[in-house]
Design a protein around this ligand. Structure first.
Ligand code: ZN
Length: 131
């Protein structure tokens, strides 16, 4: 397993980590298998979506902000309930197939770390299971 650290710079930010994940697969020399990308934080998520047009990320952030606005009468004392809600909507992990040493992603797909309560330094765990 490998843990990578990502420094975010905004409160809500999606960072494309595809090349970092691919670099780990290449470094490990795994020909075929799966890789789990997992974030151990309650106000983060991992998602796979388009990384060609940056407006897709912009729209995702905009819509998540409508689904879970920052101040909406939440109860949690930390004042970051919107971040927790966004985290649960997105989910903490993704699994990607490794085929011929490459992440089996579609042409437009990228893997994103989503920080909903930044800026902070975040950990992302990468675990490969070879077959
Ligand atoms: Zn909290």
């Amino acid at each position: 397993m490998k843990t990578i650290q990502i420094r975010t710079s905004e409160r809500v930010e999606l960072i494309d980590i595809t090349s970092t994940v691919q670099a780990y697969v290449s470094e490990k020399g795994t020909l075929n298998g799966i890789i789990i990308i997992y974030v151990p934080h309650t106000t983060c998520g991992i998602t796979i979506n388009e990384h060609a047009d940056p407006d897709v990320v912009r729209d995702i952030k905009m819509q998540l902000g409508k689904l879970a606005p920052e101040n909406a009468g939440y109860h949690h004392y930390e004042g970051n309930s919107d971040s927790h809600v966004k985290s649960s909507l997105i989910g903490a992990s993704e699994t990607v197939i490794i085929s011929n040493s490459q992440l089996l992603l579609g042409t437009w797909q990228g893997i994103f770390l989503c920080d909903f309560d930044g800026p902070r330094t975040r950990n992302v765990h990468l675990k490969i299971m070879a077959d």
